[in-house]
Design a protein around this ligand. Structure first.
Ligand SMILES: O=C(O)[C@H](O)COP(=O)(O)O
Length: 351
């Protein structure tokens, strides 16, 4: 069952037993090297629909994970703002290996509004897109966020930042600049307390929208009239047929899913709650990986702008919890003990 991923598809408020109302992907992390890592993973053997994809995309993840764990008490590239101590780390590993993962496609951009192919062109949000991002923030305002990943494009970054203005944690999202030594040095923070009140935001071009090649800047409707509905649908939704001089979804997945496996999944393993603000196609490829969709199934996967999706990463598996409909949505918190405790703490703090 594959469908458009918005609130209408899934009703997580029905709680953990609502699997009939919600497409739940209970999958093991299938990066092969991660299974051999020192973190205990389920020994159950799962059939993997997109084995070739996972093998080619996730090869290096085990090394990365070991590196994250080994360096967690020192400076970590992906978490220079708030580095867990070795004790914190082993505690979080012992506790549950559980974390939440929020995926959010950027709000409406000025070129979405004009119905233009955008791809790698860096276009900002419309007013409606700004509002969508704020609304998305309200919907996830009670879900913990320790790390944010965005693409290098302004529409995803605006969305992440605007969404965080609504967050109850009230930590400050801070963009990490890693482009050169000077950027790293000049962006340093010298107060441990301030670091604790910050959320690192990592920007990565690998999460960018697929490069739409010679379609970039063309009107989608006019392109249909010129090349025909079928041809345009093939360019937009087929798995491995690229638009002229652009990236196919497979090519986009090659970079986006590899990045997810190498950089993001290790953070989830050590218990970090992660939000990713990215794009229709980079997120479609990541969802394909998380939900083990086939190359046929992913064709009908559509993501709306500004709609957050929640996954729980637990014992090495991703479970999709749908799209939180509001900040008090019970089912989301009922699902895991850790989230329930977090929610309780937030409530206590505000009383
Ligand atoms: O890049 C674009 O034009 C859109 O953000 C995604 O376009 P699509 O729905 O045609 O893939």
């Amino acid at each position: 069952m594959i469908a458009s991923m918005d609130a209408a598809v899934c009703n997580p408020s029905l709680g953990p037993s609502s699997s009939s109302s919600c497409y739940v992907s209970s999958r093991p992390s299938f990066c092969p090297d991660l299974r051999r890592s020192s973190v205990r993973l389920s020994s159950e053997v799962f059939k993997v629909k997109i084995g070739r994809l996972e093998r080619s995309l996730c090869r290096s993840s085990g090394n990365k994970l070991s590196a994250v764990i080994a360096s967690a008490s020192q400076t970590s590239v992906s978490d220079p703002i708030s580095t867990p101590s070795r004790n914190d780390l082993s505690d979080s590993l012992k506790k549950s290996n559980e974390a939440s993962l929020i995926l959010i496609r950027h709000g409406e951009s000025l070129w979405n509004e004009k119905n233009l192919f955008t791809g790698s062109v860096d276009v900002p949000l419309t007013k409606k897109g700004v509002e969508e991002a704020i609304q998305a923030g309200k919907r996830i305002s009670n879900i913990p966020v320790d790390m944010i990943y965005t693409s290098s494009l302004i529409r995803a970054q605006m969305t992440a930042m605007l969404a965080m203005t609504e967050h109850r944690q009230q930590k400050v999202p801070i963009i990490l600049h890693d482009e050169n030594e000077r950027a790293r040095t000049w962006g340093r923070i010298f107060s441990e307390e301030t670091k604790k009140q910050s959320i690192p935001v990592v920007t990565a071009w690998q999460l960018n929208e697929r490069m739409y090649g010679e379609l970039q800047g063309l009107n989608k409707q006019e392109t249909v009239e010129r090349y025909g509905k079928e041809q345009v649908h093939e360019w937009r939704r087929s798995y491995d047929i690229p638009p002229p001089n652009g990236e196919s979804l497979a090519m986009c997945a090659q970079r986006a899913v590899t990045y997810f496996c190498d950089e993001i999944e290790p953070q989830l393993f050590i218990g970090k709650n992660v939000m990713i603000a990215a794009h229709g196609n980079s997120l479609r490829s990541i969802i394909m990986y998380l939900d083990k969709l086939t190359t046929q199934e992913v064709i009908s996967l559509e993501l709306s702008t500004g709609v957050p999706l929640l996954y729980i990463f637990k014992e090495g598996r991703f479970v999709r919890r749908g799209s939180p409909v509001g900040p008090t949505e019970a089912g989301v918190y009922a699902y895991t003990g850790k989230l329930a405790q977090y929610r309780q703490k937030l409530d206590e703090m505000s009383h």
